[in-house]
Design a protein around this ligand. Structure first.
Ligand code: NAP
Length: 323
């Protein structure tokens, strides 16, 4: 990082300063709560800035079927509650605040939230990721009026209606299947002719009588009158376009890591924070885990595991570097 790229220290804006904490965890999803559990059990009294929603993406997932220990699956919100309870049982403290800026130029490191400035000897970044946008006309205008990124949250509003699900990954097929509980018909619109989703999900989708598929197809525009009423679809092979009446468009085309505030402060690649196998970033004492640093696995179990690993390493690092 050159000196001209070195970010300026942030303006405190008269906010109260809290800490210094031994470990400050940024993010209250599976990664952050697992990091908090491990840090708490190491008696590091971690503070967790939960962000706007405790649990992150899992909190809006209807059912998690691949987290070990729950052979019959577990509701996303229920799993989050269990994570939280377990971390708090050992002394982790959760604070409803989001990091908006950081200063990693010297220890204690400083993190600016909406409510306070937090000082910490070590920081574990577990800020996760948010759904990627399709970036077509109408998407922003109709978000919350027929365009959604969460079947669990909004499926109920589409009882007996026809919806489109965009994407070809696990999320698209899993959420598409979930939406058939409410919707009359779910059309999966995917830009290629083969899915990236796992075989089991593909099989279940193919066997679901309420699901149909528009392959090699993209949405050009989303339109309506106050609420979504139609989309223009384009077949990428034939070039043909057609207007399809529709009540809802659910978009599941991947995620973007929530790492904007670390740009210029940490080494990053394609928006993801670069770490080594020990979850260490290029700044000693600053660790990153879960979807903010992981473009590959993005599972609750892997994110939770990385969070635990980051806390174990933070503990080791603090033992060697405590002032
Ligand atoms: P993903 O695997 O990255 O799939 C994204 C899908 O969206 C791909 O099919 C991609 O098409 C399509 N896409 C991307 N950008 C697009 C655009 N601009 N326009 C149209 N389509 C676009 O994302 P995901 O499904 O959210 O899954 C993320 C991770 O979570 C994965 O590792 C997945 O295995 C995991 N996950 C697992 C489960 C489960 O195990 N039950 C459930 C949900 C998610 P292409 O295929 O052409 O690239």
């Amino acid at each position: 990082m050159t000196s001209e790229n070195t970010p300026l220290p942030f303006d405190d804006e008269g906010l109260e300063t809290k800490g210094p904490y031994k470990v400050l965890v940024l993010g209250g999803g599976p990664t952050g709560l697992s990091a908090a559990l491990y840090a708490a059990r190491a008696e590091l009294n971690p503070l967790v800035l939960t962000g706007l929603q405790i649990g992150g993406q899992v909190a809006i997932t209807h059912s998690v079927e691949n987290y070990p220990g729950f052979p019959d699956g577990v509701g996303g919100p229920e799993l989050v509650e269990l994570f939280q309870k377990q971390a708090e049982r050992f002394g982790a403290v959760l604070e409803f605040d989001s990091a908006v800026d950081v200063d990693f130029s010297q220890r204690p490191y400083r993190v600016k939230g909406y409510n306070a400035i937090y000082e910490a000897e070590s920081v574990i970044i577990a800020t996760g990721a948010t759904p990627r946008k399709l970036q077509v006309p109408g998407e922003v205008e109709f978000t919350g009026r027929g365009v959604s990124y969460c079947g669990t949250c909004d499926g109920w509003f589409f009882k007996g209606k026809d919806v489109i699900v965009v994407g070809g990954g696990d999320s698209a097929l899993e959420e598409g299947e979930f939406l058939t509980r409410y919707a009359n018909k779910v059309t999966v619109v995917h830009r290629r002719d083969e899915f990236r989703a796992g075989v089991l999900l593909q099989k279940r989708a193919a066997e679901n009588p309420k699901m149909s598929f528009a392959l090699d197809t993209v949405i050009n525009t989303i339109d309506g009158n106050g609420e979504v009423q139609k989309v223009e679809l384009k077949n990428l092979k034939s070039g043909e376009t057609q207007t399809q009446p529709i009540d809802g468009v659910f978009i599941f085309i991947g995620h973007t890591p929530n790492t904007e505030i670390f740009q210029g402060h940490l080494e990053m690649e394609d928006g993801y924070i670069v770490t080594n196998k020990l979850m260490e970033t290029n700044i000693p004492g600053v660790f990153a885990a879960g979807e903010a640093a992981d473009p590959h696995f993005r599972q609750v179990i892997t994110s939770a595991g990385m969070g635990a690993a980051a806390a174990i390493q933070a503990n080791r690092w603090l033992q060697e570097h405590s002032s």
